[in-house]
Unconditional design. Structure first.
Length: 237
């Protein structure tokens, strides 16, 4: 599709997103309670994708366990977070890079829906971040993460960051790999132009912590098996 032909769809897409997102953010700032705010954000996210003509095909949503878990999805676009917010049931908390916290309105809105902010880089902060995620899980909340930490224009998985897998291992939480296809085409990295895209989301079988071994070995096992399952679903080498 040529750049010129993308403009009408882009104008409609940004009109829908900005109108719904801004209105919802302002309401969330005054609505009491994390649960109410997160439910409102979920409804708004669903409206954005439906009005934008990009509602995904979803497979395996029944694979989500009843107990707290960690959902780990590949990262293709800025649209991924809104997509997970639209699809996941109440009780999930998005794990977001800490750079988003001071962003005007967006950071405040994310805080109000209970997002967990973490450092993307390895360091002393990672230990504190693992503890923060573990506390959220032990309080009955499930987590949704993008273990790559960022995305790029080219297809393929980037190396995984270990924080959420360490929290899952420490808390004995199952990890549910999620394969997202189509968001990279919908809103490519480095571009503000929307392209009509067929989006598909697959929730794969949960991966559980193997008994025995150290916590670090268990975290590595979870990350390795999650990556293998995700690559197979994405048909990547």
């Amino acid at each position: 599709m040529t750049r010129l032909r993308k403009i009408p769809y882009t104008l409609w897409g940004w009109t829908v997103f900005c109108t719904i997102a801004l209105t919802t953010s302002l309401v969330i700032l005054v609505v009491p309670g994390v649960e109410r705010c997160s439910r409102l954000a979920r409804k708004a996210s669903r409206i954005i994708f439906r009005l934008g003509g990009a509602w995904p095909r979803v497979h395996g949503l029944e694979n989500l366990p009843a107990e707290p878990c960690v959902v780990a999805a590949n990262h293709e676009s800025f649209a991924d977070g809104i997509l997970l917010c639209a699809l996941l049931p109440p009780g999930f908390r998005l794990v977001i890079k800490r750079e988003m916290r001071p962003v005007l309105l967006a950071g405040r809105m994310l805080s109000r829906i209970g997002a967990v902010f973490v450092e993307r880089e390895q360091g002393k902060e990672r230990i504190a971040d693992v503890r923060t995620m573990l506390r959220a899980a032990r309080s009955g909340q499930s987590l949704a993460i993008f273990p790559e930490g960022t995305f790029r224009p080219e297809p393929g998985l980037l190396p995984f960051r270990s924080g959420a897998f360490a929290a899952a291992a420490a808390g004995g939480l199952p990890v549910v790999p999620v394969a997202i296809r189509g968001c990279r085409r919908l809103l490519p990295s480095g571009s503000w132009l929307f392209t009509p895209s067929r989006i598909e989301v697959r929730f794969l079988d949960p991966i559980r912590v193997t008994e025995g071994g150290s916590r670090s070995q268990q975290a590595e096992q979870l990350a390795r098996e999650c990556r293998t399952a995700m690559k197979a679903a994405l048909r990547q080498d």
